[in-house]
Design a protein around this ligand. Sequence first.
Ligand code: DIG
Ligand code: MN
Ligand code: MN
Length: 388
Amino acid sequence: MTEYLPKPEHKFTFGLWTVGNTGRDPFGEPTRAKKSPVEIVHLLAEVGAWGVNFHDDDLIPINATPSERATIIKDFKKALADTGLVVPMATTNLFGDPIFKDGAFTSNDPKVRAYALQKVMTNIDLGVELGAKVYVFWGGREGTETDASKDPITSTKRMREAMNYLCEYVKDQKYDLKFALEAKPNEPRGDIYNATTGHMLGFIATLDHPEMVGVNPEVAHEHMAGLNFTHNVAQALDAGKLFHIDLNDQSFGRFDQDYRFGMVNQKAAFFLVKLLEDNKYDGSRHFDAHAYRTEDYEGVKNFARGCMRTYLILKEKAARWNADKEIQGILAEVNADDGSMNKFMGKYSTDKAKALKQQVFDRPAIAARGLDYERLDQLTVEILLGVR
Ligand code: DIG
Ligand code: MN
Ligand code: MN
């Protein structure tokens, strides 16, 4: 019986802010005592995580003095050395401090836009020092409540200017670092720019150094927009832009719940894990999620273990699905190809197009074919229910 225990090669990571979430929400005070970054590193080591990620402010309070900063970094490095945890990703908190109340890169105030660049560059330096190879940007405040406040094209230009500037900084510093942009449709702003992973892929194409920039899709954020997360991740993979991923779960039509991975929709989680594993995704499996407000720290550990265990269970289910003869038989049938269309398809030619325009298709006969997807999906469900 597989134990589904996490190993370093699984590349499971958590942000300091995830298992360190103290349970505060817009309607209630914290239900858990705050843990230090060092305590969080040890908690993650105890549950078997491979790595830990951080926002600058998670690790170093925004008002810390230089000597306090140095002590925190020294202690954090010691905790990493003591536990063997690595730091694959870092990111900046460009959403918490009041200065960012109207955005960071897209603020109407040039002082805020300049401060945001300074804050990011400072933490890029620290992230690289701690070993990060991916730097995430989540523009939680890059948006509006009223579009009377700013022109959306101006905002896009400001976002582009900031990303181009920071790509140049990384090149100037000769850092081995890639950027991953994380989309979200709303919350905390009424509407957030670049609302989905698809928008981000379009935005990346307009940058000066698009090769340095990919995406960090999050399950909850695409589910909030009512989208198929697996389709969106597939598009990023196809474009060679899946630089990182935020795994969690979410009920549709709710605020950002950041639930334990697989907690709501096991079938959607299954197809996502299958996609990542079938395509040998080599990045972090980052759980950007937190435990229910009801939990104590033993519950938080159960939350973290559950994220990783569910991923490993679904990974095994995906292998079972790929090996299932009945499933593979149906797929072979529905994808049958007698090669008769090859003379028309593939790379275009004038002759092919001419011949295809003459071809007669028996539409009713083609349409009459049954595709057996009910049986295919039932077999999939039965694998997930553990009876196959
Ligand atoms: C929210 O989903 C965002 C922030 O937690 C963080 O900036 C990013 C990193 O994964 N996800
Ligand atoms: Mn989220
Ligand atoms: Mn996230």
